[in-house]
Design a protein around this ligand. Structure first.
Ligand code: MG
Length: 348
């Protein structure tokens, strides 16, 4: 357990001791870095007092928040934390783990976000520097350090970290685009099918049924014809919102295509599924969807079926059963739920 206590080190800075005496954090209460971004935290691991103090002072002066460690064990512990500093300056030789050892362990562990590692060394032998870089360090600073050089190397590290953050953000956006339906924000067809398949595998492991609903907005073509496609889009979005509002966080709701939606309800048996579907049906048929030309009354027909854990029916066969039930609901006059057993499929 890490204990924290606060004390005043100097007038313009605050020091926080963590992990008993081996690690402390120092933060400038003065200017933030010129980029205006959130204060960047830098970890220093250095057993030599004068060198550590000099580093702390200059980093705080430059606007960084400093987490200071007196040995390699404390540094390793800090770097394991979920909110670990993203840049670390590690002394080559120190008690506990050495700088290169920490580099090696951290790189072997992998994971994200990336931590930029600077080795601090009085070694000037080329082979040693190469060994340090091979251990996974990104760069090095030699002692006694030149302030200008240190500043430049830290900023180079920050640029790499910024780029990496941008990449992660772009990747997250791509992932979102690849898995979500752009109009409604629900899962797209491929994702909701994957969710259904994953839930089937879980159901077979854990022995709980899955409720599956296929629903289709009634007379949706008329909405588009009468009110235009923008109104049609708003009806689809609102139907998605009403569906989402009536499920649990671990249920899956996807746009299957056009005005068709697929809902996956883990742990839901026939009796439960019917009442859940009724709730959703009433929610969609609730207040008219607001539109410039007035309210649009929307209803949906539901085809429901339950996947049983002992069943061997595939996801697409399950969809077909739900689809047939949906067709029956349409034929019987729409705005209703029809439940159909998938058991016959299993036996046939
Ligand atoms: Mg040392």
């Amino acid at each position: 357990m890490i204990t924290t206590k606060t004390l005043i080190l100097a007038e313009d800075s605050r020091t926080r001791y963590t992990n008993e005496k081996t690690c402390l954090a120092e933060r400038s209460t003065g200017d933030l870095p010129s980029s205006g971004k959130q204060t960047m935290r830098i970890l220093i691991a250095e057993d030599s007092g004068p060198s550590r103090l000099a580093l702390e002072r200059v980093l705080v002066k430059w606007g960084y928040e400093v987490v200071s460690c007196l040995d390699g064990f404390a540094a390793w512990e800090q770097l394991q934390l979920p909110d670990a500093p993203r840049l670390a300056i590690l002394d080559w030789m120190m008690p506990g783990h050495s700088g290169p050892e920490i580099c090696r362990m951290l790189r072997a562990k992998g994971g994200e976000p990336y931590i930029y590692l600077l080795l601090l060394t009085s070694k000037t032998l080329k082979e040693d520097l190469i060994a340090g870089m091979e251990a996974g360090a990104d760069d090095y600073v030699t002692k006694p350090f030149d302030l200008h050089e240190l500043n430049v190397r830290i900023r180079a590290g920050m640029r790499i970290l910024d780029l990496q953050a941008e990449l992660m953000e772009a990747r997250e956006k791509l992932r979102e685009q690849a898995t979500k339906d752009a109009l409604t924000g629900l899962w797209n067809r491929r994702s909701i099918m994957e969710i259904l398949e994953r839930e089937q595998a879980r159901s077979q492991r854990e022995g709980a049924p899955i409720g599956v609903l296929m629903l289709d907005l009634d007379h949706f073509k008329l909405v588009n014809d009468r009110f235009g496609h923008l109104a049609g889009d708003e009806v689809l979005r609102e139907a998605g919102r009403r569906l989402l509002a009536s499920v649990r966080p671990y249920d899956g709701v996807g746009r299957f295509g056009g005005e068709e939606f697929l809902v996956v309800l883990p742990g839901c048996d026939e009796a439960g599924l019917y009442s859940r579907a009724e709730n959703m049906r009433m929610s969609i048929a609730g207040p008219p969807v607001e539109n410039v030309s007035g309210g649009i009354v929307v209803t949906a027909s539901f085809g429901a079926t339950v996947f049983m854990p002992q069943s061997v029916i595939s996801a697409s066969e399950l969809i077909r059963v739900a689809d047939e039930a949906l067709y029956e609901a349409k034929r019987a006059g729409r705005n209703r739920v029809v439940l159909r057993s998938s058991l016959m499929e299993t036996l046939s």
